[in-house]
Design a protein around this ligand. Structure first.
Ligand code: PLP
Length: 361
């Protein structure tokens, strides 16, 4: 069976098998990784190795801190303004630029508005969030504390194929496309991602923060949202989600064995091209997203007659093609093609779609 869920999403089978093997007797200790102190040398080793592997995978420079946090990506929607709206010297700078590309950007914007002024520099709302706005028409604020965007909108299936050039710290919600390609980390001030797509299970989020941004928090920042507190404590100011951290570490090791993010980029290109090419050739299926902005991770598509949706989903399930239903807010279908989804899954999906079209088209 193949799992196309948008998140929590498929994890590499080899990782799940290893976790299963180690569940009751982790490395001969007679207990599971969930049952030891986060401060024990054996867990600290797991935590440090995970961080180092992530650093290696994304070539993260030494001037950046890697944090493993709770509260998901949604927690970071609040943490970003809390940590960056203070100037560090008592003078707050509560203005930020945001790009509005769909539901996740929207949530980030709404949260930031609770703490300061948000300048929406570009929006794709005019065409129902079906494209990534080009950089030429932006009016950046002169004094923004940071610039936020969502490189991949998981629900709309829209992905930026470029990194914005901005004059203040660039902040990115990479929840649904992190580790799917090399990224120039040094162009970013801060990157965050909920784990439950390309990193590991839900319950943990990764933040990559440039050192000099650790001192810009607003007065009164809740302790649990402070990047500085987390950085100073090695992400262990309080008990971290140890199992999620351990499993994420296994995923990082698996990614290295697969050839790293370069190999993932190639694979993502092949998988998504196979599906988009098929959709574009067909008169029965269509993609609502403009070419050039189509996500390599989340592929929404619609059938010519939506009355067939239910039958399509039912037969797909029977064929072992799971979780293809589109997000409740947009309908239609969505195939999520994260790193752990093999090429064979997309081949099987395309074969099924062709057969369904032949019977109903
Ligand atoms: N940002 C993006 C792009 C997402 O796809 C999601 C969905 O999981 C979130 C944020 C929210 O993440 P979380 O559920 O970890 O708060």
């Amino acid at each position: 069976k193949f799992n196309f869920c948008a998140g929590p999403a498929a994890l590499p089978e080899a990782v799940l098998l290893q976790a299963q093997q180690e569940l009751l007797d982790w490395g001969g200790r007679g207990c599971s990784v969930m049952e030891v102190s986060h401060r024990s040398p054996e867990f600290v080793e797991v935590a440090e190795r995970a961080e180092q592997d992530l650093r290696d995978l994304l070539s993260i420079p030494h001037s950046y801190r890697v944090l493993f946090l709770q509260g998901g990506a949604t927690g970071q929607f609040s943490a970003v303004p809390w940590n960056l709206f203070g100037a560090g010297d008592g003078r707050e700078k509560r203005v930020a630029d945001y790009i509005h590309t769909g539901q996740w950007a929207d949530k980030a914007i709404r949260e930031a508005r609770r703490y300061g002024q948000v300048n929406v520099v570009a929006s794709s709302e005019d065409r129902n969030f079906t494209y990534a706005p080009a950089a030429d028409s932006w009016q950046q604020s002169k004094d923004a504390a940071y610039f936020h965007y969502t490189p991949n909108e998981t629900i709309g299936g829209v992905e930026f194929d470029y990194v914005p050039e901005v004059s203040c710290p660039l902040v990115a919600d990479m929840s649904s496309n992190i580790l799917s390609q090399p990224i120039p980390v040094e162009k970013f001030g801060m990157i965050y991602a909920g784990a439950q797509k390309n990193i590991g299970p839900s319950g943990i989020a990764v933040a990559i923060v440039r050192d000099d941004l650790l001192d810009r928090a607003m007065d009164g920042i809740p302790r649990s949202l402070s990047w500085k507190v987390a950085a100073d404590a090695g992400s262990m100011d309080n008990t971290p989600p140890t199992f999620a951290w351990y499993l994420s570490g296994l995923v990082f090791q698996w990614l290295k064995e697969q050839g790293g993010v370069e190999a993932m980029a190639k694979l993502a290109g092949r998988k998504s091209a196979l599906l988009y090419d098929f959709i574009d050739r067909s008169g029965f299926y269509s993609s609502p997203v403009e070419k050039g902005s189509r996500s390599r991770m989340n592929v929404p598509f619609v059938l010519a007659d939506e009355r067939l949706d239910k039958e399509f989903l039912q037969q797909a399930e029977e064929m072992g093609l799971l979780n293809l239903k589109g997000h409740r807010s947009v309908g239609g279908m969505r195939a999520s093609l994260y790193n752990a989804v093999p090429l064979q899954a997309v081949e099987a999906l395309v074969a099924f779609m062709a057969d369904f079209e032949q019977r109903h088209g």
